[in-house]
Structures are given as structure tokens and as C-alpha cells.
Design a binder for this molecule. Structure first.
Ligand SMILES: *Cc1c(COP(=O)(O)O)cnc(C)c1O
Length: 395
């Protein structure tokens, strides 16, 4: 017996729920890629992406996922043998660093752990010790989707400046853009990148990079540049060069619709919605933790992100069984633990096109799964989430 007929709910941290309006926006013929309409579509999106990154700098759209945008960033500013410093706080900055190593950079990891955010003081100390400025770039994620941590990107930027170090500061916002504040210019970030399929509610396949003048100056002398990713190639006057070939017309239709929806809601409102729903999830997990089988992966409450919550599951209980139960029996797709947390955690995504019924349904369904599998958990988690939202979202 199952209770899964009905709409399956994807509570994984990407791809996320795609709004019906966004799906419908793609249901039309392609445009002539040389037409004025196409140029307008591109120009509007590039302008709005820079607005999302909060930068006066130029944005670029790649037909690639986040891994592609990582290469785009690295290849445009690095030269072979350059050293980059990766700030560890989970798996994603580490994987960005692996790409850098494979491309010919020297990679140093500023050791962190998977249950804490990057400490800005450690970054300052490491950069202050690099007297000859051998480190050319610092890589960090705003939110690590594996550990569930949120890094204080602004504080890290300040630490880099406090050390008086000229390294480029490059930030991955794949899991966070459109869901929480990000201020590229104000915080002093040189390069930012993101992807379409998480907070931006668009099918996978597009990624975005924004660049300031400092990064552009370094770009001029970088020798890892290749034609597809190259910013200078894409700056050419012909529209065709913006995509280094045929434009991904339908994905652009989808992105246009998604960004329109985000701006219509208002970015500040979208951030607040994410914060409210994330806190509702945290209230539930706090109550569930009373039996010491479930618990937060991120130890410090302020370091828990508003887009994904990673829940540890111990005492011999298998999170993959819970994931299978929720999926097979109830039509809820939870994220599983990845990297170091494989087999030790599950993840609840609360990013993008999500609202109270989706999140409360997710929490209630997890409780159904825990009950069915006889996993001990503190009772009343979903009620705590309800009580919180009922108070925080005033009538
Ligand atoms: C999902 C994710 C990526 C990778 O994006 P893909 O589109 O899967 O290549 C990179 N960084 C972060 C923080 C992510 O959450």
C-alpha cells in the first residue's frame, strides 16, 4: 500500500520545483537567434543577473551546470601554476578546487570541518602569512549544499582586506542566489557564479558568472583561457558570441519567467520567505533531536543555512531507508547525505519555489517515515513548525 499518487514533491537541493509558469514559458517555438527579440531577451537577462548578484559588473550566461561555471571562472582568471586557496566547509568548494588542480593550478585547502562555517580569522591569518602573495585567488561557497552551512561571505571579504592581500575573491552562490542576501560589490567580491536549477527555479543547464574590474584586469593576462568560456570572446559585438554559438533559447524563456516571478515577489520578500520556512524546519528538527538519533549536522545555529538543512541520523539507523520510504510510499523525495555524510544524513531542501504547505507536508511526511521505520524521534516537531509559522507570519 502506498499514499504516493498525486504530485511528487522534490525536496532535494537541486533541481528544485519548477513553477508551472516557468514550464509553460518554454512551450513555444524557438526564436530566430539573430532577431532583435533575441538580443533584447539576452540583454534583459544579463542586466537582471547583475542585479541579482548586486553588481555593476558584467554577467555572462553559460550553457552548462554549476561545474561548468566553476571552469568558466577558473579558466578566465588563472594562469598555469597559479596558487588558489580553497576554504573548506563541506564538499562544494573542495570540488571547485579539484577542478582547479586538474586545470593546472596549485591548490591549497584551508582546512575546515563539515559541521562549521569558515572562520574569517583563519583566512586572515593564512593570507597575512603569504607575504609574497603567491595565492592568486580564494574560493568559497556561500552555502554548502552537502553540509548545510552558510558562510559569512562579507566577513571573509573583510578578512582578505584586513590581511592586505590582493588575491581575487571568488564565490559560489549556486545554492543561495535569489534565496538570501548577496552583495557582490558592497562586500568586495571579484567573481561570483551561480546556476539555474536551485533558488532560480529554472531547469538545469544554465549557469551564470559575474565579474568586476579587478578580475577583468587579471583576465587580460590569464593563460588558462579557452574559447568557449572566454569573457573577451563573449564581449564581441555580435549577439551570437554571447553564447559562443547557438543561444539556449528555451532555457532563456524559462529563466526570464523565473526572474520576473522573483522580482514580482520582491527579493527581500523572497529572502524573508526562505528564512521563515527554514526556521520552521529547524524548529521541527530541534524537537526530533530529543531522542538523540536525529540531529543537526551544523553545530552552531547561526551557521545553519536558509536553503537546506542537513539532518544527521545515528544509532545504526539508515537514512537511505528513510529516503526510500518517503519516496516509494509517500511521493516525497528527500536529499541523501553526500560526500563525508554519505549514509549518515538526509537533507531537506527549502529553496526556490517553496511555500508553507510544501514545507509542512515535507516535515509531516518525514514523521510518517520515522514512525513507519520505528526510528526514535522527539514527538511534536511538525507542531513546533506550525506554531512558529503561526506566530511569525502575522494575520
Ligand atoms: C549544486 C551545487 C553545485 C554544482 O552545480 P551543478 O549544477 O550540479 O554542477 C555547486 N556548488 C553548490 C554550492 C551547489 O549547491
Amino acid at each position: 500500500m502506498t499514499v504516493r499518487a498525486g504530485r511528487e514533491f522534490l525536496a532535494i537541493p537541486g533541481p528544485t520545483t519548477i513553477p508551472d509558469e516557468v514550464l509553460r514559458a518554454m512551450h513555444r517555438p524557438a526564436l530566430d537567434i539573430y532577431s532583435g527579440q533575441m538580443v533584447e531577451l539576452t540583454d534583459g537577462l544579463l542586466r537582471d543577473l547583475s542585479k541579482l548578484f548586486a553588481t555593476k559588473g558584467q554577467s555572462y550566461i553559460y550553457i552548462a551546470n554549476g561545474h561548468g561555471a566553476w571552469e568558466a571562472v577558473l579558466s578566465n582568471v588563472l594562469s598555469r601554476g597559479d596558487k588558489v586557496l580553497v576554504l573548506e566547509s563541506g564538499s562544494f568548494a573542495m570540488n571547485w578546487g579539484k577542478a582547479a588542480r586538474a586545470m593546472g593550478a596549485e591548490v591549497e585547502v584551508l582546512k575546515g570541518d563539515w559541521c562549521r562555517a569558515v572562520r574569517a580569522g583563519d583566512v586572515e591569518a593564512r593570507l597575512s602569512a603569504d607575504k609574497s602573495h603567491t595565492i592568486k585567488a580564494v574560493l568559497v561557497v556561500q552555502v554548502d549544499t552537502a553540509s548545510g552551512v552558510v558562510n559569512d561571505v562579507e566577513a571573509i571579504a573583510k578578512a582578505i582586506r584586513a590581511a592586505g592581500h590582493p588575491a581575487l575573491f571568488m564565490v559560489d552562490t549556486v545554492a543561495s542566489l535569489g534565496c538570501m542576501p548577496f552583495e557582490m560589490d558592497k562586500w568586495g567580491i571579484d567573481v561570483a557564479m551561480s546556476g539555474s536549477q536551485k533558488g532560480l527555479m529554472t531547469p538545469p543547464g544554465l549557469s551564470f558568472v559575474a565579474v568586476n574590474d579587478r578580475a577583468r584586469a587579471v583576465h587580460k593576462v590569464a593563460n588558462m583561457r579557452t574559447p568557449y568560456w572566454d569573457w573577451t570572446e563573449r564581449d564581441g559585438i555580435e549577439h551570437y558570441r554571447r553564447y559562443a554559438g547557438t543561444a539556449p533559447v528555451h532555457l532563456l524563456f524559462a529563466l526570464r519567467q523565473a526572474i520576473d516571478m522573483l522580482f514580482e515577489e520582491g527579493l527581500e520578500n523572497a529572502f524573508r520567505r526562505h528564512q521563515l520556512l527554514a526556521e520552521a524546519v529547524r524548529r521541527a528538527v530541534t524537537v526530533w533531536s530529543a531522542e538523540h538519533v536525529l540531529g543537526f549536522n551544523i553545530s552552531e545555529p547561526p551557521e545553519r543555512s536558509n536553503v537546506v538543512t542537513t539532518v544527521l541520523m545515528g544509532s545504526g539507523h539508515d537514512p537511505v531507508r528513510l529516503q526510500h520510504y518517503c519516496n516509494d510510499k509517500c511521493g516525497l523525495v528527500l536529499g541523501i547525505g553526500i560526500g563525508n555524510l554519505q549514509g549518515r544524513a538526509f537533507r531537506i531542501a527549502h529553496m526556490g519555489h517553496v511555500n508553507a504547505p510544501m514545507i509542512l507536508g515535507t516535515l509531516g511526511t518525514i514523521e510518517v517515515g520515522l514512525t513507519a521505520l520505528q526510528v526514535p524521534y522527539g514527538k511534536g516537531g511538525t507542531e513546533a513548525a506550525i506554531a512558529y509559522l503561526g506566530e511569525a507570519v502575522s494575520g
